[in-house]
Design a protein around this ligand. Sequence first.
Ligand SMILES: Nc1ncnc2c1ncn2[C@@H]1O[C@H](COP(=O)(O)OP(=O)(O)OP(=O)(O)O)[C@@H](O)[C@H]1O
Ligand code: SF4
Ligand SMILES: [Mg+2]
Length: 367
Amino acid sequence: MSQDVILEAIDVAKHFGTSGVWGAKGHSVRAVDGVSLSVRRGETFAIVGESGCGKSTLARLLMRLMTPTSGDVLFDGRQVSAIQGEELKTLRRDMQFIFQDPFSSLNPRMTVERLVGEPLEIHAPELSVPDRRSRVAELLRQVGLRSEHADRYPHEFSGGQRQRIGIARAIACAPKLIIGDEPVSALDVSVQAQVINLLGDLSRDLGLTLVIIAHDLGVIRHMSDRVAVMYLGRIVEVGDTETVFTDPKHPYTQALLAAIPSMDGKAVDHGATVHGEMPSPSDPPPGCRFHTRCPHAQTLCRTKVPDLSTSRDVSHQVACHFAETLQQRFQRPKPRQRSDATEARFALYRAATEGGTVTHNAKQNQS
Ligand SMILES: Nc1ncnc2c1ncn2[C@@H]1O[C@H](COP(=O)(O)OP(=O)(O)OP(=O)(O)O)[C@@H](O)[C@H]1O
Ligand code: SF4
Ligand SMILES: [Mg+2]
C-alpha cells in the first residue's frame, strides 16, 4: 500500500545546549528526541501534548526554521536541510506557518494590503501593482474579510479577524502545506469554531495539507484526520483521529482524553487522569518516559524504551510495552459522556457550520 506522503520526519531530534552558571556545567534540553512521522498529502494531521512536550520545536524543525541535532525532515521527498538557494525560496513558498498570536505575528505598522501582499512581492514579483491589489482583495474575500479592510492596520481588527489576515498571508502564494501552531488557542471559543471551519474550507478548496498543533482535544477531534500524541519529546501514539479517540491504547492518551476540562475548568476524572508534573526534558526518565506518572508502570518500563509499534490496526501505533493488555482495563468514557465544555464547543461549532456563513466540515468533506 503506497501512501502519498508530503512531509516526513525520520528520527528527528533537537537538543538545546544551555550554559552553566558560575562555572557549573551546562546541560542539554532534549526538546524533541527521536520523532518519526509521515503526513499524507491533503490530510489534516494534528499534534497534541502537554505544555513543554516539544510541539513547537517539532513544528519549527518540520518547517526548517531550526536545524535538527540529528535526523532528517523530507518535504515532497527532498531532504529539507540540504535545500539551498532558489529551491529554498520555493520551499518557503510551499510551506507556510500560522502563528498562535495573530497580533504579535503581524507588523503593526503595515496595512493589511501590505501584509497580505508581501508574500506575493517576494514569490510573485512578476505581478503588476494592480494585479497584486486585486489578488489581495480576492485573498481577503477567501478568508471572510472585505476588500475595504485592505487599508486598515492590525490594531483595527478583532483577534479572529487578525488570525484571518494571518491565514490570508499564509495562503497568498498557494502553498502545499500549512503548519498552524495553536492557531486558535488565543481566540474566543465562539471565534475558534469559525476559524477552524475556515481552515477546513481552505484545505478542501485549495487542496492543502494541514498540520495543526493544539491543546484542545475537542478542536482536534473535529478537524483532523489523524493525530499524534507527544510526551516529553517523543510520539507515544499515532493513528486515525476517530480510532485514537474511541480506542486510545497509550495510558497517557487515555489520561488526556479522560481529563478534558469541564465548564468550571476542573478535570472530569474517568479513572485515568494523569497526576504530577511532566519531568524536565533536560533529565528525562530512562526506559518509558511516562513511567514516573503511569499508573500501570512495571519493572520493564523503568529500563526499556518502548518503540512505536503497530497493533492489529496497522495505521495505529503505540509506544507502550503493555498497550494490548492495558486496553482491556481502561474504562473508556461513553461517546455521549462529553464534558460540558466539549458539548458547548460542539454546539458553537454546529451553530457556525449551520449558520450559513461557513458550510464546510473538513473531515466530512475529505472522506
Ligand atoms: N531555544 C530554546 N533553548 C532552550 N530550551 C528550549 C528552547 N526552545 C524550547 N526549549 C525547551 O524545550 C522544551 C519544549 O519546548 P516547546 O516550546 O517545543 O514545547 P511546546 O510543547 O510547544 O509547549 P507549549 O504547549 O507550552 O507551547 C521546553 O522544555 C522548552 O523550555
Ligand atoms: S510502557 Fe509502561 S510506563 Fe510506559 S506507558 Fe506503558 S505501562 Fe506505562
Ligand atoms: Mg508551543
